[in-house]
Design a protein around this ligand. Structure first.
Ligand code: KG4
Ligand code: ZN
Length: 351
């Protein structure tokens, strides 16, 4: 069973070929980061235009990478939401067009479901967790903790009440004059800094639930810069980055460990762009070893947006498609899309 998966929810155009819902045969990604960096964030109109330019070359690249032709694809899958509607539209309409042309089924997927289930793929050096597991999504748009009971069944335990963790990284980076998206650069700068140099707040740390809040921390960084001026040298910049990063990591870590304990589920998965953060990965692995939790983190290249991350859910939903009743006709781009609605997206066509 070969599936072609498309993902274009934000500023990455991606296509992947997945075999049997587990094996990533290819995963082509065209990033638009250099295009948006000069504006300090994603410009939706530019994003859609570049998806249109990139989508077919990216599909060709994915097919060539898997050494197959379009005729060999058994089914198509595409992210329908959540994301930027103009961006999503490009992937959705392309997938529908291919599905019609090739007379194959096509399902619409939820982007977050992809992040949550990436570790179910066959990955070098990373085992797959058994169900249920605790899944933390930390990206530019989301900071959510779920229980993943099985594919398609999730319970939301908590989420950010304001900024997402990645958004906080990007906004602090902007304050420091670091180009968008600054998360990875803060990670790099923080490596030589002292995480205890500046005492930043740990928002919601002692709050009982599993919700997060990062806008106060962002303001605390701004106030620190206003009071002390911009870091005057590389060492001061590194200390500020390390101290901010440690505040985010402490909160994420504490909440996800507490969720695992509270629900007696020892398996923890983290995903989304911020899951690339080396200090978060290290701290979580250490905490897991200490507390007896199993930690599952995909390689960094599969944590930021890409199509392969949706391979497991794509196979799951395609297997449920009743070809006589489903049509890709009704697939629509959806800016907001609650988790667990993947299969409901296609319109039912009654013959
Ligand atoms: O999952 P993703 O590629 O896109 C969304 O779905 O949002 O996540 C992008 C986010 C950005 O905010 C970026 O700054 C952040 O992930 N990010 C990082 C790192 N790499 C990417 N944040 C902290 N440390 C990193 N190493
Ligand atoms: Zn994402």
């Amino acid at each position: 069973m070969l599936i072609l998966v498309l993902e274009s929810s934000c500023d990455e155009t991606s296509a992947a070929v997945i075999e049997d819902g587990r094996r990533v045969l290819s995963n082509a990604v065209a990033s638009q980061i250099p295009i948006h960096a000069r504006y300090g964030g994603v410009v939706p109109e530019l994003a859609s235009r570049n998806h249109i330019r990139d989508i077919h070359p990216v599909i060709d690249q994915a097919l060539a990478g898997a050494n197959i032709t379009l005729e060999q694809i058994d089914g198509f899958a595409v992210t329908c939401g959540p994301g930027l509607v103009g961006s999503l539209l490009v992937g959705v309409e392309t997938a529908k067009g291919l599905a019609f042309a090739m007379d194959r089924p096509c399902v619409g997927l939820n982007h977050l479901e992809g992040h949550l289930t990436t570790v179910l793929l066959e990955l070098d050096g990373v085992d797959s967790p058994t169900f249920p597991y605790i899944g933390l999504i930390v990206s530019g748009g989301h900071t959510d903790i779920y229980i993943v009971h099985e594919l398609g069944r999730y319970t939301l335990l908590g989420r950010t009440r304001d900024d997402a963790a990645g958004e906080a990284f990007d906004k602090v980076a902007k304050m420091l004059g670091i180009a968008y998206p600054g998360g990875a650069e803060i990670d790099r700068l923080a490596a030589s800094g002292d995480p205890e140099a500046i005492k930043f707040p740990r928002p919601m740390l002692h709050h009982d639930g599993f919700d997060f809040s990062f806008s106060g921390l962002k303001t605390a960084v701004l106030q620190h810069i206003e009071a002390h001026g911009m870091p005057e040298d590389d060492a001061a910049l590194a200390d500020l980055c390390a101290s901010f990063q440690q505040a985010v990591v402490d909160v994420l870590l504490r909440k996800v460990m507490r969720a695992a304990k509270h629900h007696a589920i020892p398996r923890i998965v983290i995903s989304g762009g911020v899951a690339c953060n080396r200090q978060l990965r290290r701290a979580l692995r250490e905490a897991g070893a200490r507390e007896g939790n199993e930690i599952f983190i995909a390689p960094a290249s599969l944590c930021t947006d890409n199509a392969a991350m949706l391979g497991a859910v794509a196979a799951h939903y395609l297997a449920q498609v009743d070809l006589d009743r489903f049509s890709a006709h009704g697939l629509k781009a959806r800016g907001n899309m609650p988790l667990g609605e993947s299969l409901r997206t296609p319109a039912r066509v009654h013959n």
